[in-house]
Design a binder for this molecule. Structure first.
Ligand code: GTP
Ligand code: MG
Ligand code: ZN
Ligand code: ZN
Ligand code: ZN
Length: 271
């Protein structure tokens, strides 16, 4: 929960944001302005990624689902094949960026303090510290939280949501906003399935389909005997098709991106 995304508004205190006629008051207007500014900054970030033909992937999940472990395993497996950079988001500590740097790839840590999500302005500062010209994929590891990160466009091209098998197979039903936002759902810590007889991957898939999307769901194990083949296949195919689509659009998109980069949305932020 933080002061900037409205997640401190509940059905119990929502009336405080309305005037005596039931109209939304300044609190809601400020939140709407924040989201509009965020969307403009996200478009600017996307133009940066596109200018360098970089695929940006936003990883979201509850705390401890294995986002950083999946990145560590992927960096090892993709060495010499894909050039990766990472933006890490946490409330405090450089721990995750340090883990990624130890794998030999550039990583920038964002510490959000009290904010429960990354936003496009924070990501903008971070992406200017990455050598985008030499990268194929930038992963943005969001703050561990199954709610608020889903509401903030960061300029990514794809959203990936992890669901670890220790969390329960009902999570897509309980956190529909997050799971609807996903382009891919990754069932993580699959090595633990044999000892977790109450997690049924089929029930998780049914809960996901009930949200009305055909979102693919794959399994990974990132520790001990890592099995991330399906994930690497998704990533490489997504990068290939993303680049093919962009190159088909190139003359038109170059003009568009030029414009997006000119419209610097936020005062004080350099290109
Ligand atoms: N058994 C098993 N444990 C895993 C796996 N992946 C991660 N873990 C463990 O789960 C814990 C959390 O992993 P992280 O990769 O730090 O999770 P995270 O999602 O990055 O956590 P936050 O950044 O704090 O939200 C660690 O103790 C990992 O060793 C896995 O595939 N199998
Ligand atoms: Mg992490
Ligand atoms: Zn929140
Ligand atoms: Zn928040
Ligand atoms: Zn910029």
């Amino acid at each position: 929960m933080c002061d900037t995304c409205g997640c401190n508004l509940t059905p119990g205190n929502n009336h405080l944001t309305r005037d005596e006629h039931g109209r939304s008051g300044p609190v809601i207007e400020v939140l709407q302005d924040l989201l509009a500014a965020n969307n403009a900054a996200a478009a600017h970030n996307r133009a940066h990624f596109d200018r360098h033909d970089v695929l940006a992937v936003n990883l979201m999940s509850s705390p401890g689902s294995g986002k950083t472990a999946l990145l560590e395993a992927s960096i090892g497996a993709l060495a010499g094949r894909l050039r990766i950079g990472v933006i890490e988001g946490d409330l405090e500590t450089e721990n995750d960026a340090a883990r990624i740097r130890a794998c030999g790839v550039p990583a920038v840590q964002i510490t959000t303090g009290t904010a429960c999500h990354l936003d496009a302005h924070l990501v903008h500062h971070a992406l200017h510290q990455l050598p985008l010209a030499g990268l194929d994929v930038v992963f943005i590891e969001n703050v561990g939280n199954l709610v608020c990160p889903a509401s903030f466009d960061l300029g990514q091209h794809r959203n990936v949501t992890l669901l670890s098998v220790t969390e329960g197979d009902d999570k897509p039903s309980k956190y529909p906003v997050m799971f609807r936002a996903a382009d891919l759902v990754v069932l993580s810590k699959a090595d633990l399935l044999p000892v977790l007889d109450d997690f049924d991957p089929q029930r998780a898939a049914t809960a996901l389909r009930a949200l009305g999307r055909q979102t693919p769901m794959i399994r990974v194990a990132a520790r001990r005997r890592p099995d991330i083949k399906e994930w690497l296949g998704w990533l490489e195919e997504t990068l290939r098709s993303h680049r093919a689509r962009r190159s088909a659009l190139r003359p038109q998109s170059a003009a568009l991106h030029g414009r997006a980069l000119l419209q610097l949305p936020v005062g004080g932020i350099g290109v």
